[in-house]
Design a protein around this ligand. Structure first.
Ligand code: BES
Ligand code: ZN
Length: 932
């Protein structure tokens, strides 16, 4: 499994099974029910406990100060003239500003820009123009102070600044993106990426989300280029001094934050549609590829009215463009009216795109369009509330995809992709609360992580379930109306939801957003006549085992309960607001199982008493438990085993109970956890035995699915086939390997082109067991590929190659011109995640090439992903020390927390291995031995 764009993307995988004895987790999970004293929760005191950070190891941050508010912008008149040959740009800013307090200085954000002249013209000042006498750049703070010879008086005025800058190659600010024309000529587009704090690299500005203003943007561009910005074009005329240039003027924007401003100048084709609510939607593609924009257009045209209806607030701009940018660091960016995407997050070729790409495009479009309301119309007051933007969009993108593509069963996928990922990260001592104080840009970059996205989305899902859809929508509507064109903080949303629902939302939710971590709910039961009595308690769950200290934090936990009588129906809902409680469920016969958290909606893990757990396990084999609950149960137990609370052998036994499993997402999650285990056991000399286990587990489903798509199959069957065949192939399942080789040969020879859904598993399989000729063929396919999706597909599996010299070749390739800068990370990550040797080689490569890599990503979030992918898989104590010491001398400010999380993970892996390796080995040997 690779982390791509912050999501779990499974590359493949899996195998065959011998039915085992009924799975019983023999080791009692809950030894005895311990009484914990009731403690009243006071949000401010109790929640402070878990927000405590590991400050002892954090290097000191420099003090950060927000911009003064004595002068603020009302309207930016901005004209930019990029030079696509010399990679420079000239800019002219004429900003209408309001002076609140007489001052002879204006402090603004500004980075990597040279100011040529600056002056101030007071409104009604009869032509009086006050020239600035000094520009004092505070480079570290990314600010400039303009000094004037006399005080600017309270009132309005125009600040005029002429400046120049570079169209950089760092994928941030105003930058250049390389592309080839259909004839193969290399050219450059000029594009922007401003979130979080890089508008200041394109023009001097008040680059804080709460300092909103309107924008009048003009671009001076070569006349054969497309020029786009947030708004529609209102004027296009030849440049008076150069008739090869056009001056394109855009309509005035609504009042908005700087990070949402965007412009693009390049060569593109487009497809256009109209949403039922009257918005013109265009999807811009590279020239000659307009067809590939059709899928995203369909999604966007359905999505806009969906949100319009859900929020009951119309989309406020006349148009929206979605555009694919060749060099793009994030997955996509929600600039108001001009959403930018990586090519692979927007373009779909009906023949060559696989099912998971379509799903990804739908999710990303759903995510970015949600931001047009939630983020753009109402913006977080400060980056501390970034999670509001990202958590909310990461939740509602699923609601939107569920609406557009009900056959994707996308909510079950949410649990595997976001919910479990958030639980894993948030169980670390080096996690952080959802709401986190941030100041300096590197701190802001650092919180674009799984806590803001996946935990944010998970707690909103829990909240939506707690409130109910009707009141939730009511609350959302009043929040958007009340704060439209303004800024809001987390509490503002809680207020509106509280009003709409009459429930104590702020109290419940602050326990989830202000303190890091989450509880493990410990449950035991007793039958009393017709009633079932549950004893429920909570304590903080830590990846190293439950929190046993005195100062254990508490959460306000919405708990729902179902029984075997109707597994899909919630029988009882309670709000656990204390460390422990007792619940009576009426009319439950002794033979009925009772399950906590049906739907796996509550953000917690569960530790059942052994009797309760045993009663639930048959529901896995006979599929009476819902898929999402089978998945959740397996994932909880896997996580408990990593934390040393149950033996990993018990989890292996549990996994064998999934032999009849038909559900893609359940397999996907299982496969992912087996991947983690396989990576752990690659540190031992019995790695082959776990491969055999994987082959055995995945073989029956592999046989059932076969290689050919059958009539009537849908999206999830395609995903499942790819997953299972890839897993089997990687684990060395001979028939799968042989068939993969045969199909690969036909594909390369052009006899029978592989269907898009089979390419990843086939490529992975042949590479894993391939030689230098296989690698060369794959590199050739990479060169020939016209679609970025195909290039990425190949890049992500190259690391599977086994021979050390070939691994080296893949690493060198990762930094070559053939790989887009944003994709280097997944090539190196693919190497690190594939084998023991790959892991070592990738880490050495990162160290040896640190300067180049760090410079390439300028400390942005890609560097955090690179570090995580490269070192998270180690399982030896001394590697944690090595990683720590390397980053002490090689600073990556935006990745400080990631480094700490990785070191913690390495130590956890090492402890897990020491604790369970022998037992796992014995179990794997025993299951192979013929019965006596
Ligand atoms: N606002 C972000 C883009 C972004 C990410 C800007 C990181 C600055 C730093 C955008 O809405 C987003 O979340 N994009 C995701 C894709 C999404 C579907 C999860 C991404 O880029 O990974
Ligand atoms: Zn987002």
């Amino acid at each position: 499994m690779l982390l791509v764009l912050g999501r779990r993307v499974s590359l493949s995988f899996v195998k065959r099974v011998i039915p085992q004895d009924p799975v019983l987790l023999s080791k009692p999970i809950l030894q005895n029910f311990r009484t914990i004293k009731f403690r009243v929760i006071h949000s401010s005191t109790v929640f402070a406990i878990a927000t405590r950070q590991n400050t002892d190891t954090m290097p000191e941050r420099r003090p950060f100060v927000r911009l003064p508010t004595d002068v603020y912008p009302v309207n930016y008149g901005l004209c930019l003239k990029p030079d696509l040959i010399d990679f420079t740009f000239e800019g002219k800013l004429e900003a209408i500003v309001e002076v609140n307090l007489a001052t002879n200085q204006i402090v603004m954000n500004c980075a990597d820009i040279d100011i040529i002249t600056a002056s101030f013209v007071p409104e009604g000042g009869e032509g009086e123009e006050i020239n600035a006498t000094g520009f004092n750049y505070q480079n570290e703070d990314e600010k400039v102070t303009l000094s004037f010879p006399s005080a600017l008086q309270k009132g309005s005025g125009t600040l005029k600044i002429d400046f120049v800058g570079e169209l950089n190659d760092k994928m941030k600010g105003f930058y250049r993106s390389k592309y080839a024309t259909p004839a193969g000529e290399i050219r450059y587009a000029a594009v922007t990426q401003f979130e979080a704090t890089d508008a200041r690299r394109a023009f001097p500005c008040w680059d804080e989300p709460a300092i909103k203003a309107t924008f009048d943007i003009s671009l001076i561009v070569p006349k054969d280029r497309v020029a786009l910005s947030n708004m529609n074009v209102i004027d296009r005329k030849p440049h008076p001094e150069d008739d090869s240039l056009l001056e394109v003027k855009f309509a005035t924007t609504p009042i908005m934050s700087t990070y949402l401003v965007a412009f693009v100048i390049g060569e593109y084709d487009f497809v256009e549609g109209q949403s039922s609510d009257g918005v013109t939607v265009r999807v811009y593609t590279p020239t000659g590829k307009a067809e590939q924009g059709k899928f995203a257009l369909e999604v966007a045209v359905k999505t806009l009215p969906f949100y319009n209806d859900y929020f009951n607030v119309p989309y406020p701009l006349p148009k929206i463009d979605l555009i694919a940018i060749a060099d793009f660091a994030a997955g996509a960016m929600e600039n108001w009216g001009l959403v930018t995407y990586r090519e692979t997050a927007l373009l779909i070729d009906p023949k060559n795109s696989c099912s998971s790409s379509r799903q990804w495009v739908a999710l990303v479009v759903g995510h970015e369009l949600a931001h047009q309301w939630f983020g753009n119309l109402v913006t977080m007051e400060w980056w501390t509330h970034l999670w509001l933007n990202e958590g909310f969009a990461s939740w509602i993108e699923y609601l939107c995809v569920d609406h557009c593509f009900p056959d994707y069963d996308i909510w079950t996928q949410f649990v595997s992709a976001d919910y479990t990922r958030a639980l894993d990260l948030d169980a670390l001592d080096n996690s952080h609360p959802i709401e986190v104080n941030v100041g300096h840009p590197s701190e802001v970059d650092e919180i674009f992580d799984a806590i803001s996205y996946s935990k944010g989305a998970s707690v909103i899902r829990m909240l939506h379930n707690y409130i109910g859809d009707e009141d939730f929508r009511k609350g959302m509507h009043s929040y958007l109306l009340k704060f439209q064109h303004k800024n809001a903080a987390t509490e503002d949303l809680w207020d509106c939801l509280e009003q709409a629902s009459g429930k104590p939302i702020a109290l419940v939710m602050s326990s989830w957003t202000k303190q890091m971590g989450f509880p493990i709910i410990v449950v035991d039961q007793e039958q009393q006549g017709d009633d079932r009595i549950l004893k429920i308690s909570q304590k903080k769950f830590c990846a190293s085992g439950p929190h046993n200290g005195e100062d254990c934090p508490n959460w306000m936990v919405p708990i729902s309960i179902c029984t075997g009588e109707d597994p899909g129906c919630t029988k009882l809902k309670v709000l656990l607001d204390s460390p422990e409680t007792t619940i009576t469920i009426n009319s439950v016969s002794p033979d009925q199982w009772v399950k906590i958290n049906p739907g796996t909606v509550g953000f917690y893990r569960i530790q059942y008493s052994s009797a309760m757990l045993e009663s639930l396990l048959p529901g896995i084999r006979d599929l009476t438990l819902l898929p999402v609950d089978r998945l959740g149960l397996q994932n909880d137990l896997f996580s408990l085993s990593r934390a040393g609370m149950i033996s990993t052998v018990e989890v292996l036994k549990l996994m064998e109970a999934f032999v009849n499993e038909p559900n893609y997402t359940v397999w996907s999650d299982l496969s992912c956890n087996l991947g983690v285990l396989s990576s752990l056991l690659s540190h031992t000399d019995f790695h082959e035995e776990i491969q055999e286990f994987i082959r055995d587990l995945f073989t029956p489903i592999g046989l059932k699915l076969g290689w050919e798509c059958k009539q009537g199959e849908g999206h999830l069957d395609a995903l499942l086939r790819g997953l299972v065949l890839g897993k089997l192939g990687k684990a060395g399942h001979k028939p799968t390997l042989e068939e993969a080789r045969r199909r690969f040969k036909d594909h390369v020879e052009g006899k029978q082109i592989l269907s898009a859904d089979l390419r990843s598993p086939v490529y992975l399989t042949v590479l894993k067991h391939g030689d230098s000729a296989t690698l060369d063929t794959m590199l050739k396919l990479h060169k020939q590929a016209d679609m970025q999706e195909e290039k990425n597909r190949i890049e992500r599996v190259l690391g599977a190659i086994s021979a050390p010299d070939l691994i080296q070749k893949v690493l060198t390739f990762a930094l070559s011109e053939d790989v887009r800068p944003q994709d280097t990370v997944s090539v190196i990550g693919g190497v690190a995640g594939s084998s023991k040797h790959g892991r070592k080689a990738a880490w050495k490569f990162v160290k040896d090439n640190w300067e180049e890599l760090h410079n390439r990503y300028q400390g942005g979030f890609l560097i955090s992903r690179l570090i995580k992918l490269s070192v998270d898989g180690f399982a030896i104590d001394k590697m944690a020390a090595e990683v720590k010491s390397f980053f002490e001398s090689h600073h990556a400010p935006a990745a400080e927390r990631t480094v700490q999380q990785c070191c913690e993970n390495i130590l956890l892996n090492a402890a897990w291995l020491k604790r369970d390796a022998d037992d796992i080995h014995q179990y794997l040997l025993k299951r192979k031995a013929p019965p006596v």
